[in-house]
Design a protein around this ligand. Structure first.
Ligand code: AMP
Ligand code: TRP
Length: 343
């Protein structure tokens, strides 16, 4: 009989990441950054800038470091405090790529074949995609588990990737007779803001890669741009409904109400109570004012950080050292568990 505990009993740790592959938008803020800030006071937090994930599709080498600083600026401007949470770029820590290889030998082809994000991104061109794009969720599992991350704040689109991380952790623990070595990381997804949709189409998510800039509110948009995009947001001829059932059948309206709720910290039911029966002529300006009030301070701070490379670089370098201290011994234990030769 093994003396080892069957389930992970180590400390809790929050881990998440954002790719440096384009301007951040309201969906990233509400689905991820805002949650990071709310977790950092009570939890041990590691927030990575996942540049290894970004290069699964082409990134201009002349731009990658700048994009990485840009995400760091967004973290800081949103309120992530480097005194409380570790912020660092993924490529600086070798543990990610090393553990990803070990996990490549644990994860099964069938598991990856089911990943809908790969299918969405690759479309009919899967033969022409990088192997990295296919393997992306395995690297994501390595990110989290190199830190024994137990809780992962992400938007709803990451749910399937998190399930894969759990499967990989469980199979590793089982295959190598190391019960409880890795935690089974739990996604923190719930709440309004977990799935912000395009302002032009309530059935597709707000995304960096949507060709229409009017589909999203960028964290770099100014007050006029925000107000204009909300004014132009697709709605219907009706008024704000008074119940969740009707709201669910009107995706564009549901999205705007969800954004209002997420930004104001209210429930959707409260927003419906306040605005039921009103037309969009009244609701949209209220939503625009709220969005500007919440986003403009972040935009302004981001600009300040973007022009302070030295400050950002110092924070990232310190973060990388702190991250390395956590991840290196964990991956070293993995090597022992696998049974590699050592002296
Ligand atoms: P990415 O930009 O793909 O690296 O995503 C960074 C974080 O933002 C992840 O936690 C995503 O789940 C989250 N996210 C991206 N798009 C949205 C969206 N439209 N609504 C809510 N969360 C999102
Ligand atoms: N795949 C995530 C996204 O696109 C980014 C990511 C990479 C991540 N590694 C992670 C998120 C680890 C959480 C934990 O949004």
């Amino acid at each position: 009989m093994s003396e080892k505990p069957e389930i992970y009993s180590g400390p809790e740790r929050v881990f998440s990441g954002v790719q440096p592959s384009g301007a951040l938008h309201l969906g990233n803020y509400l689905g991820a950054l805002k949650k990071f800030v709310s977790l950092q006071d009570e939890h041990d937090c590691v927030f990575c800038i996942v540049d290894l994930h970004a290069i699964t599709v082409w990134q201009d080498p002349a731009d990658l470091a700048r994009q990485t600083r840009h995400i760091a600026a967004a973290y800081l401007a949103a309120g992530v405090d480097p005194k409380k949470a570790i912020i660092y770029p993924q490529s600086r820590i070798k543990a990610h790529t090393e553990l990803a290889w070990y996990f490549n030998c644990v994860a099964r082809m069938g598991w990856l074949n089911r990943m809908t994000q790969f299918k969405d991104k690759a479309g009919k061109n899967s033969e022409k995609m990088s192997i990295g794009l296919y393997d992306y969720p395995v690297l994501q599992a390595a990110d989290i588990l190199a830190f024994k991350g137990t809780h992962v704040p992400v938007g709803e689109d990451q749910k399937q990737h998190l399930e894969l991380s759990r499967d990989i952790a469980a199979k590793f623990n089982n295959d190598f007779n190391a019960p409880g070595f890795f935690p089974l990381p739990e996604p923190l997804i719930k709440g309004p803001g977990a799935r912000i949709m395009s302002l032009r189409d309530g059935t597709s998510k707000m995304s960096k890669s949507d060709p229409s800039d009017n589909s999203r509110i960028n964290l770099t948009d100014d007050a006029d741009q925000i107000a204009k995009k909300i004014r132009k947001a697709k709605t219907d001829a009706g008024v704000i409904p008074d119940n969740a059932e009707e709201l669910a059948e009107r995706p564009e309206v549901s999205n705007l109400v969800g954004i209002y709720a997420a930004l104001s910290g209210q429930s959707e039911a409260d927003v419906l109570k306040e605005y039921a029966g009103q037309g969009f002529g009244a609701f949209k300006p209220a939503l625009a004012d709220l969005t500007v009030a919440k986003i403009a301070p972040i935009t302004n701070l981001m600009k300040r950080y973007i022009s302070a490379d030295d400050e950002i670089d110092a924070i990232l370098a310190r973060g990388a050292d702190a991250a390395e201290e956590i991840a290196t011994p964990i991956v070293s234990d993995v090597r022992d568990i696998i049974g590699f030769w050592k002296v």
